[in-house]
Design a protein around this ligand. Structure first.
Ligand code: SAM
Length: 326
């Protein structure tokens, strides 16, 4: 049994102040303005046309949060802020946090959502704001590069000739698989607005001749094929149970006779109270998508079995499930 929370910890959980302080600093791009220099609050306020006193309070809090340092009234980036929150740095992750900041209004409506069951949004970010979607995919791509290689090795694709990455985003997994298996061809199926981004990433690594792009809505349009393997990575939590069951059934018809479907997602334990991050993510996805949800691996496996897949297994706990057509 985990130990009980103290009152201090309950209060701590209730303070979202630091979250909004950090997100606002990223939105104002304070870290890029500082870069490797040091400025007083008024110097920074002048540079960014901000209100000096208000900014100074924010900067002091960021120092207390260990995101910035302060010496003799001069503020500097901490090394982690310098590495990840300065826009010109290749490891910049601010765009993912800016997405969270843009969802602030939706979180403000969570009480209504819990009362009515209706989310404040009708479409997800990849549909409503392709530019922000592209920025988010850039961060996901950077984070996913390492795990993409591991996934490619793990899936053992020696016998696979053609895979389709459904909702493949920046092409991170398709690229990793093609780099790992030189004989492999891949198709990235995604919304047309997303594929503009994907095309750039594929060109950057020189895989245009092996990775093709297929634009469409995976719920409404033909997926092409038949393919030897279909991958669905981090897409099913944007949709409800029935839509996912229907999509898995549709994918079945786009596979070769001995084809495989691999679903990678953030799955919940059967009791749905862990992993902790995923339980909070489920609330996030409820508030910020029309019908999004998090599911258990058993639910994903049930979609596969109902669709006709065999040898359905949980390949990696709470992360990857797989089924074969024959
Ligand atoms: C969170 S990203 C996942 C990207 C990639 N699979 C990965 O694991 O990094 C979700 C992707 O699903 C795509 N997507 C969402 N709804 C879609 C739809 N109805 N049809 C096609 N693609 C969709 C988005 O454009 C986006 O690229």
């Amino acid at each position: 049994m985990p130990r009980e929370l103290s009152l201090a910890e309950i209060f701590q959980l209730g303070y979202y102040w630091e979250t909004k302080i950090l997100l606002t600093a990223i939105k104002l791009d304070l870290f890029s303005a500082l870069d490797s220099r040091s400025f007083s609050s008024s110097e920074l306020a002048n540079r960014l046309t901000l209100h000096d006193r208000s900014l100074s309070l924010l900067l002091n809090a960021l120092v207390a949060m260990r995101v910035l340092a302060k010496h003799d009234g001069q503020f500097t980036n901490s090394s982690v802020a310098q590495q990840y929150l300065v826009k010109t740095n290749p490891e910049y992750v601010g765009n993912l946090l800016i997405l969270h900041d843009s969802e602030w209004e939706n979180w403000g409506k969570i009480e209504d959502t819990i009362r009515t069951g209706t989310s404040p949004v009708r479409q997800h970010v990849f549909e409503t704001n392709p530019e922000m979607g592209a920025n988010v995919l850039a961060v996901l791509d950077r984070i996913g590069r390492g795990s993409g290689v591991n996934l490619a090795k793990y899936l053992q694709l020696d016998e696979v000739e053609h895979l389709v990455d459904i909702g493949g985003g920046a092409g991170t997994n398709a690229i990793a698989c093609c780099q790992e298996y030189p004989h492999l061809k891949a198709t990235v199926f995604d919304l047309p607005q997303t594929l503009h981004v994907t095309e750039r990433y594929i060109k950057d690594v020189g895989l245009e001749d092996r990775i093709s792009l297929k634009p469409g809505d995976f719920n409404a349009d033909s997926l092409g094929g038949p393919y030897d393997l279909a991958l669905m990575s981090d897409i099913l939590h944007y949709q409800d149970h029935q839509t996912n069951a229907a999509l898995v059934g549709k994918v079945f018809t786009h596979l070769q006779g001995n084809g495989r479907l691999v679903i990678k997602d953030r799955f919940l334990d059967p009791g749905r109270t862990s992993p902790a991050w995923t339980t909070a993510f489920a609330v996030h996805i409820m508030v910020n998508t029309e019908h999004g949800d998090c599911f258990t691996t058993q639910e994903a496996m049930d979609w596969m079995v109902t669709a006709g897949f065999q040898s359905v297994t949980e390949l990696e706990t709470r992360a990857i499930v797989q089924g074969t057509k024959a």
